[in-house]
Design a protein around this ligand. Structure first.
Ligand code: TRP
Length: 324
């Protein structure tokens, strides 16, 4: 099965990104034909500075490679290294109406947040459809916020196929469940924009500060604590198997361990879990040439799949007029 997803190069990764998205990707990488890319074109709808985007792309690449995205086991590339996708986006743009795009929540939300309502931001879902259809993806794992974009993709694929014949695979969404959401230090969904994120590649001092700021009730050391009502328990549990979770729940329920101690233990756990990734990230930072090489190989692999799909679209639409 071919699984595809794109990730915007939007700054530092936090535990929410890791446990909801990255781990799912690594899992798919082991079990399916995974296509994963850094959505650099999409990022230009919000990033308006060359140096910032350049650095964002590179950092995202390094982070994903450090966390285990393996170019030998999947196809991993930077979106704008396969410019065929912009041609397909044009071709697809005539298979969706303006009024349908006007209904997109994501567009309206972004404009409400003050992002410039550019033509690019408006047609963002068309480019996303091109990302997916250009590679014949069957399944697309995304967060709930992208659900409507996938419906638009399916619509575009169906409408194109109806007009021109069966060219595109109509993809199935794989939407993350609410129960899989990771809470931030304040108990709301972990998100950069809520300022409640734990950035696992931060230095130890910053990490400690974030972990210590996880909200708790005011139960003292000698009181029993309720794990089911605890954000600290929820975050800590992400790192544990069922037996470890049992054990942690017992610690909560048995008087004698304070929240401060539990937070210290969580900090140690975070540091331990990410130590090998941190090491790999440092190695990659020290060898940017190898990162560039891996991205180039990835782009080549992606292009080899993209070009035949684009060619079929060109033929179906008549753009490839030299063909019979
Ligand atoms: N819009 C997605 C997001 O912000 C990123 C993205 C771009 C994407 N193209 C994609 C995700 C194609 C899945 C498939 O999260």
């Amino acid at each position: 099965m071919r699984v595809l997803s794109g990730i915007q190069p939007s700054g530092r990764l936090h535990l929410g990104n890791y446990f909801s998205m990255m781990r799912r990707m690594i899992d798919y990488q082991a079990k399916t034909d995974l296509f994963a890319f850094i959505a650099s074109y999409h990022a230009t709808t919000t990033v308006n500075e060359g140096a910032v985007l350049r650095e964002g792309i590179l950092n995202a690449a390094i982070d994903f490679l450090a966390l285990g995205i393996d170019p030998d086991k999947c196809t991993f590339w930077v979106q704008s290294d396969v410019p065929e996708v912009t041609e397909l986006a044009w071709i697809l743009s005539t298979s969706i109406t303006v009024s349908q795009l006007e209904l997109a929540h994501s567009y309206k939300d972004k404009v409400a947040q003050g992002i410039v309502a550019s033509a690019g931001l408006f047609s963002y879902p068309v480019l996303m459809a091109a990302d997916i259809l250009l590679f014949g993806a069957q399944k697309v794992p995304v967060g709930k916020d992208q659900k409507q974009h996938l419906e638009i993709t399916r619509d575009i694929a169906q409408r194109f196929n109806n007009k021109y014949g069966e060219v595109f695979v109509v993809p199935e969404p794989d939407i993350l469940k609410d129960t899989e959401l990771v809470p931030g230090v304040d108990g709301r969904k972990m998100s950069k924009s809520y300022n409640n994120a734990i950035y696992f590649f931060a230095d130890e001092k910053e990490l400690k500060k974030s972990v210590m700021s996880i909200v708790t009730d005011s139960k003292g050391v000698q009181e029993a604590k309720d794990p089911d009502a605890s954000v600290l328990f929820q975050i800590y549990s992400l790192f544990l198997d069922p037996a470890g979770r049992e054990e942690l729940a017992d610690k909560f329920k048995t008087p004698g361990t304070g929240y401060g101690d539990l937070k210290k233990a969580l900090l140690a756990q975070v540091l331990e879990t990410f130590a090998p990734f941190r090491k790999r990230r440092a190695d990659l930072l020290a060898d940017i040439d190898s990162v560039m090489d891996q991205l180039q190989i990835g782009a080549r692999k992606a292009r080899a799949v993209a070009q035949p799909y684009l060619e079929r679209a060109r033929e179906a639409t008549g753009l490839a007029y030299r063909k019979k």
